[in-house]
Design a protein around this ligand. Structure first.
Ligand SMILES: Cc1cc2nc3c(=O)[nH]c(=O)nc-3n(C[C@H](O)[C@H](O)[C@H](O)COP(=O)(O)O)c2cc1C
Length: 158
């Protein structure tokens, strides 16, 4: 089994989730975790699983994540199992109402990432997932690393 977890991260929160997913997914020999700007196209060859995650920025994946996804040729992910995740602000009462409204309307990074992976031939495994930060720069909400590990196991069993 060969898997890659690809992430972007400004403040380290998405990286922590990516590494928790990688650790739960398999051994260091089977699973590698890279920041999106370190990935060359030939590194995507022969993978069984590709999992991509991004911080949500303006209701979308980050610019680096978008350019990484855009650079994957169509059909490159044929036969590969894929999954997508993001990190996002926990929409508590502290978040202004109009922002909560906009987030409801325009969503998060996870679904566009999965759509893009599927467009390149990837095979969907589990629904995309969002992991919560308490503020823009973090920290992650309590229990999110454990939830990430559990989500990784779901992908393997899908
Ligand atoms: C410019 C900017 C835009 C953001 N836009 C959103 C957003 O639309 N929805 C959301 O839930 N969080 C938003 N956030 C919060 C980020 O999702 C949060 O900073 C990120 O999850 C932290 O992950 P990182 O440490 O890996 O960068 C935004 C943060 C910044 C700085």
């Amino acid at each position: 089994m060969k898997a890659e977890i690809i992430y972007d991260s400004f403040f380290g929160n998405t990286e922590k989730i990516a590494r928790a997913i990688g650790k739960a997914f398999g051994s260091a020999k089977e699973v590698t975790t890279y920041k999106a700007d370190a990935v060359k196209l030939d590194m995507l060859e022969g993978l069984d699983y590709l999992i991509v995650g991004s911080p949500t920025r303006a209701f979308s994946p980050s610019p680096l994540t978008k350019s990484f996804l855009k650079g994957i040729p169509s059909k490159q992910l044929a036969g590969m199992k894929v999954a997508a995740f993001d990190t996002r602000i926990a929409m508590t009462d502290k978040v202004p109402g109009f922002l909560r409204f906009m987030a409801n309307l325009f969503g998060y990074a996870d679904k566009p990432i999965l759509d893009s992976l599927k467009k390149k031939g990837g095979q969907e495994t589990v629904p995309p997932e969002g992991f919560f930060v308490l503020d823009s720069e973090g920290p992650l909400e309590k229990g999110e690393l454990e939830r990430a590990a559990a989500w990784a196991k779901l992908i393997k069993n899908a």
